[in-house]
Design a protein around this ligand. Sequence first.
Ligand SMILES: [Fe+2]
Ligand SMILES: [Fe+2]
Length: 232
Amino acid sequence: MLDPKDFTAQIAKDCEELYEYHENSVKEFMDSNPNNEQFVQYFTNRMINERINCTEISRRVANLDINTPAEDMFLLSKQAWDEAKHFRMVKEIVEFYKGSEVDVEAAMKASREREKQGGDIRPATLLEKFEASEDPLSIAVYQYIAEGMAARNWAMQAKTSSEDFVRSRYEEIAKDEKFHSNIGKRSLEQLIEDPDTQVRARKIADEVINLLWNIGCIAQHVPTHAMQDLQA
Ligand SMILES: [Fe+2]
Ligand SMILES: [Fe+2]
């Protein structure tokens, strides 16, 4: 059995290829010189995702067991607050490119519609399996890996944007996502105290990594043409 810190370090290493792939997808989109309309669509997807993140994390806060350590409750509530902040920031970015106020309800409806047609911006499978899971180990592994990926993506978003307005916001979002990933890492290291749990965590990690490679999730981050290439 590995030391818990070595175990999480090993998982981070195994995620590297996945993270680089997604990072490159963000860079590819930014390098393609999108027009305003494409930026509006792209950031609207990001905005809806942050909105859903806030709702999901808040639901977890609401359902915390009464014996949850106060520190854990504090960290999860901070995460919910961060996601609300991200939603506001990305909404400002959408409006920056759009030049007018965004109709969040209509954007959410359109996103749900795409979800039904299989073009989900946030695969239901991921939500059901990991975020809404009752299993603390699944939640910790998912949080560590998925938020780690978000941190890398949004750092790349900040790096490749030519607009200060976008860059400054995404620098802050990336920093927060890294913090969220570390919340997952912290819980994971606390949970994997015995060999059996470690074996189970490893299996969950492989499943999460596989799912994040899968097309539905890639759709969260990459431009349409790249998605079509992958579907072909
Ligand atoms: Fe976020
Ligand atoms: Fe997050």
